[in-house]
Design a binder for this molecule. Sequence first.
Ligand SMILES: [Zn+2]
Length: 464
Amino acid sequence: MAKLVWRVKLVAERHPGVTTETELACIERDADVGLAELGLRLDEAKRLTAALQAEMVPAQMAALGECPRACEACGRRLAAKGHYGARFRSLFGDVPVRVRRLFVCPCRGEGEAKSVAALDFGGDAVAPELAYVTARYAALAPFGKVAALLSELLPLGGTQHASTVRNRTLRVGAEVVQAHAAESVNQPAAPAPGPVVVGLDGGYVRNRHRGEGRHFEVIAGKVIQADGAQHRFAFTRTGPAATTEAFRAALAAAGVDANTPATVLCDGDAGLWRLQREVLPGATVVLDWWHAAVRFEHALQAARSLGAGTADAPLADTAIRGLERAKWRLWHGRWPGCRRRLAALCRWAGRESLREVAGIGRLRQRVAGLLGYLERNEAALVPYAARRRQGEPIATSFVESAVDEIISWRMNKAQQMRWSRATVQPFLDVRTAVLNDTLEDAFRRRHPGFRPANDDRWPAAAAA
Ligand SMILES: [Zn+2]
């Protein structure tokens, strides 16, 4: 039977006009072809790209070693100090490389490292694109699944494990994303183009170190710009000073500082309001309407069952009416009236003559709890109805979705992973960078030449 054969040859031109030819692959097919044999197969593509990589990388390293290097301080040519071996881990396989070493210039004096590599491979010699792809998908899917997917599609060296994916992702968080954020503190982002809405919420992550408590708290939130652009952030709640700084830095990355007109919404947690007072003291503060409404609903449930099945049942109407009027006043921004109503209801439920009424104690407790909650958040009670008519936010549901996407779904429910305060922050940083679509920029800053933003070298591909 007739066979079709393709030999894939690499023509390298390492010096102008001097070419060398290497066969990278030989692909064969029978003429009587089935659908599964039509075109290039994944295993062939993997072998082909790995063979190309194995040719390119050593040639580049050899050429780099031949480049003369001069001292940045005095211009003197640096002397060679042999080579060392390393394994370059790339999207297209592991490639052994010889890295040229150079003596440090004598003008740098004593106390400096004695030699320096011609190319800094970092601690683990992982190609930036491999680190990027790994971290990007590890932020969205379980580590084991990412390992399996990458191994299936790419000619990666060795078996990929969930732990490799996890460790690489944490490194990206610490060395690429956090470094990028630290740089941004010195070069602030463009100021927000108008008033912003900031939502804050807390969530819990399971702790792998039992001694420090079963869970620890992560604060997550979102900044929504006047033009609708969203910027998510998340940090662990540590000491008060560190937490305040983390919040300030998260806002700075979105171009927000103490002078930016801002509205801050949260569920009434005292620690979250403390952050707001320290970082955005001039902001308009709004207590999330639904958190207040849920407490009203709990009190109403107690009111409805008041004296159930006894001659006291009509008392329920009195309690329900009192609560509904209080809620109506709060909704329309009439807090003093709401407070009077709730206080009166509390006194009523505490009357000696009603002491024997079934469920009266529970009602009194819930109304007192509601009143206390509203009093603690008095400064953040706003005319909710009017705000809503004007299209201004009154609820933190937009923040809770951020908490869900950053913490809960990924870190507690689906993954069943345990974290420590130290390891969770780099992961949170990668995850928020992916959700904010800033991970690629962070890599660009860390590695010059990484995925050029205006790449016009592939006109045919772009047009296809
Ligand atoms: Zn020098």
